[in-house]
Design a protein around this ligand. Sequence first.
Ligand code: NAP
Ligand code: ZN
Length: 348
Amino acid sequence: MKTTGYAATDASLPLARYEFNRRDLRDNDVAMEVLYCGVCHTDLHQARNDWGWSMYPVVPGHEIVGRVTRIGNKVTRYRVGDHVAVGCMVDSCQHCDQCRKGEEQLCREGNTQTYNAKDRIDGTTTYGGYSKHLVVREEFALRMPDGLDLSKAAPLLCAGITTYSPLRTWNVGPGSRVGVIGLGGLGHMAVKLASAMGADVTVVSRTRYKEADALALGVDRLLVSSDGEAMRNAASSLDLIIDTVPVKHDVNPYLPLLDVDGTLVLVGQIGPLAEPSTIPLLMGRRRIAGSPIGGIAETQEMLDFCAKKNVLPDCEMIAIQDINAAFERLERADVRYRFVIDMASLAA
Ligand code: NAP
Ligand code: ZN
């Protein structure tokens, strides 16, 4: 199928319109028209080759909401017209222990990312949701729950699940004390989800600039990381910290915020850390961990949770033609709190 999208053709060039083909439907594939696609900081990292493995052209986008337009012969889960969503993965081996327990994101053979990866059957490059159409195997399509606003739901597919999963892994619930470093796309979802789970939530931001927003989003307090006295006063006050900072940084100032047995979970793919000191780790039996997205079953659970609790991201809707300006704003942390592309803006 011929389709149209927006692609980065080089790390230094702006994204531009790009025509390409989607594969013919395999028996277990669904084809979808993309209605909305969120803009994740990962899209910016990949377009700019920050991680060194971009295969150009890169068509970014892994927060995808659409409508099924065709189904393969053996598809059982979806019908034409259904509203579906796709996140950061489009395939995995499906037979290893991790896949069998629904943790495809941790597939022993590596999951297939929605873009900038190789299809595990025909070896072609995967292209993401900054495009009119997508073809995906049905096991990696999520069902959109009734009542969830389609125009706002897209960011749940990455920012939502990436923060929901560690909140669930570390058993957050009423009485938990959760910290969130960085109030951006992931950070604001962490805040909303942790609040909806009944936790007491602290945002740790670089300045007081986003304080009014943070309180409106449901946080209990904003802590300014550059305010040494406030940071000292907040020592041992958190059980779990989700660190969403998208660049290399020093975690040492944050570790003392954790109480005994507390965990700081990194979700930013930032490569080497500045050297963490063992002192706060040993003295408080604290831990540093990482967490990648979530499995398909957990992503569906998160969507259903958001529909039930009416948890939705704060979105700024843009046209695809505005994507380069949006990237520049994302780089300056000037987004409240997720850009979503209305794909109707892209002529076929
Ligand atoms: P974002 O919207 O740009 O938000 C990042 C926030 O971090 C900013 O709003 C800012 O908050 C803070 N920040 C930015 N630069 C900083 C700096 N130099 N020092 C300290 N804080 C800084 O990004 P995002 O879309 O939430 O993504 C965050 C990271 O998660 C990215 O690296 C992305 O690739 C990664 N990610 C990982 C996964 C996964 O599966 N683990 C999934 C999705 C994304 P304040 O202004 O409040 O300080
Ligand atoms: Zn993402």
